[in-house]
Design a protein around this ligand. Structure first.
Ligand SMILES: *[C@@H]1O[C@H](CO)[C@@H](O)[C@H](O)[C@H]1NC(C)=O
Ligand SMILES: *[C@@H]1O[C@H](CO)[C@@H](O)[C@H](O)[C@H]1NC(C)=O
Ligand SMILES: *[C@@H]1O[C@H](CO)[C@@H](O)[C@H](O)[C@H]1NC(C)=O
Ligand SMILES: *[C@@H]1O[C@H](CO)[C@@H](O)[C@H](O)[C@H]1NC(C)=O
Ligand SMILES: *[C@@H]1O[C@H](CO)[C@@H](O)[C@H](O)[C@H]1NC(C)=O
Length: 274
C-alpha cells in the first residue's frame, strides 16, 4: 500500500509537471461556476465540473463552515437556491465535489451593509455612560463604521476619543459610548453608518437622558411621606402637651413618687423572703 501510494504520488507529481506547460489542466479540473452575486430575488448558484479525473462520489454546498446540502449523486452539475439576496443570504458559498481528491469552488454573494440598531431607543441617567449599538451581519464585513449626531437635520460626525465619545467597532458591530451623560446636550438622535466594498447603509438610534432627580423620585417620595407624618405627629403632640402638663401638676407626679417607694418595698420584701 505504502509503495503504491508513493508511486501514485510520484506519478501525480510527474503528471502535474508535464501538464503545467499545457495550462495545468491536469492538476486543475475545469469547473464552470455561476458569477458572483450582488442582487436578485430568486437566485440560483451552480457549479459545473466537466471531465472529472476520477468518479464523483457526491456533492455538497457549504456557507462558511456550515453544510447547506449534500448528496451522493455523481453528476458534475450541482446548484443551490439562495432565494432573495439580502443581509442574511449574503456570504461565501462553496460547492464541493467528493472525489478521491475533492474539488471545490467558491461563489461570493456580496451585498451592501444591512445595518440594524441593537435598540432603536436607548436611555441613561444623567452622569452615567450611555451605550448605543449597531449591528451588520451582511457580507462582506463592514470596512468603515462612522457615527453622527443628528443636529437640526444635519449629520455631525463624531470623532473617536473627542469629548465624552469612545467608538468600538468590529466587522459586524459598532458601539458608541458617551461618558458622563449631559441632560442638555446629549439626548437626541444618532446615526451609525457602515460602508463596505459594495455600498453603505445606516441606522438611527435615539437617546434619552433622565435627570438624576428622576432616578431619586421613589426615594424622595418616601422621605416626603415620612416628613409629613413626623410633622403631623409633632403638631398633634404640641396641641396635646398643655393638657398633659396640667394633668401632671394636678397630681400625676404624686402617685409617681409614691410608686417608687412601693417598688423598693417590694424588692426589699423579695430579698427578705429569699
Ligand atoms: C468573485 O469574487 C472573488 C473575490 O472578490 C474573485 O476572486 C472572483 O474572481 C470572482 N468570481 C467571478 C466569477 O467573478
Ligand atoms: C456543464 O458544462 C458542459 C461543458 O461546458 C456543458 O456542455 C453543459 O451543458 C453544462 N451543464 C449545465 C447543466 O449547464
Ligand atoms: C477609539 O479609541 C479607543 C481608545 O482611545 C480605541 O480603543 C478604539 O479602538 C478606537 N476605536 C476606533 C473605531 O478607532
Ligand atoms: C461577528 O463577528 C465575529 C468575529 O468576526 C463573530 O465571532 C461573531 O459571531 C459575529 N457576530 C454575529 C452576530 O454574526
Ligand atoms: C454614510 O457615509 C458615507 C461616507 O461618509 C456617505 O457617503 C453616505 O451617504 C452615508 N450613508 C448614510 C446612510 O448616511
Amino acid at each position: 500500500m505504502g509503495a503504491a501510494g508513493a508511486t501514485g504520488l510520484v506519478l501525480g507529481l510527474l503528471g502535474a509537471l508535464l501538464c503545467a506547460g499545457k495550462g495545468a489542466s491536469g492538476a486543475d479540473p475545469i469547473v464552470e461556476t455561476s458569477p458572483n452575486v450582488t442582487s436578485g430575488l430568486d437566485v440560483v448558484i451552480f457549479c459545473n465540473l466537466t471531465e472529472p479525473q476520477s468518479p464523483i462520489l457526491g456533492r455538497m454546498w457549504k456557507k462558511g463552515d456550515k453544510i447547506l446540502t449534500s448528496d451522493k449523486e455523481t453528476s458534475g452539475y450541482t446548484f443551490y437556491n439562495i432565494g432573495e439576496v439580502n443581509g442574511d443570504s449574503s456570504g461565501v458559498y462553496e460547492c464541493v465535489f467528493e472525489m478521491s481528491s475533492p474539488v471545490s469552488r467558491t461563489v461570493y454573494v456580496t451585498v451592501r451593509p444591512h445595518v440594524t440598531a441593537y435598540k432603536k431607543s436607548e436611555h441613561g441617567n444623567e452622569g452615567d455612560t450611555g451605550i448605543l449599538i449597531c449591528k451588520c451581519n451582511s457580507y462582506p464585513p463592514v470596512s468603515q463604521w462612522t457615527w453622527y449626531k443628528i443636529k437640526d437635520g444635519a449629520n455631525e460626525p463624531i470623532v473617536n476619543g473627542t469629548e465624552q465619545f469612545i467608538i468600538k467597532s468590529s466587522g459586524n458591530k459598532t458601539e458608541l459610548r458617551i461618558a458622563n451623560l449631559d441632560i442638555e446636550k446629549d439626548p437626541g438622535e444618532y446615526l451609525c453608518n457602515a460602508t463596505n466594498e459594495v455600498g453603505t447603509d445606516g441606522a438611527v438610534v435615539g437617546l434619552r437622558v433622565r435627570s438624576r432627580l428622576a432616578a431619586l423620585w421613589p426615594f424622595l417620595g418616601i422621605v416626603a411621606e415620612v416628613l409629613v407624618l413626623v410633622t403631623i405627629i409633632f403638631i398633634y403632640e404640641k396641641r396635646r402637651k398643655p393638657d398633659e402638663v396640667l394633668d401632671d401638676d394636678d397630681g400625676g407626679s404624686a402617685p409617681l413618687k409614691s410608686n417608687a417607694p412601693n417598688h423598693k418595698d417590694k424588692n426589699v420584701r423579695q430579698r427578705n423572703a429569699n
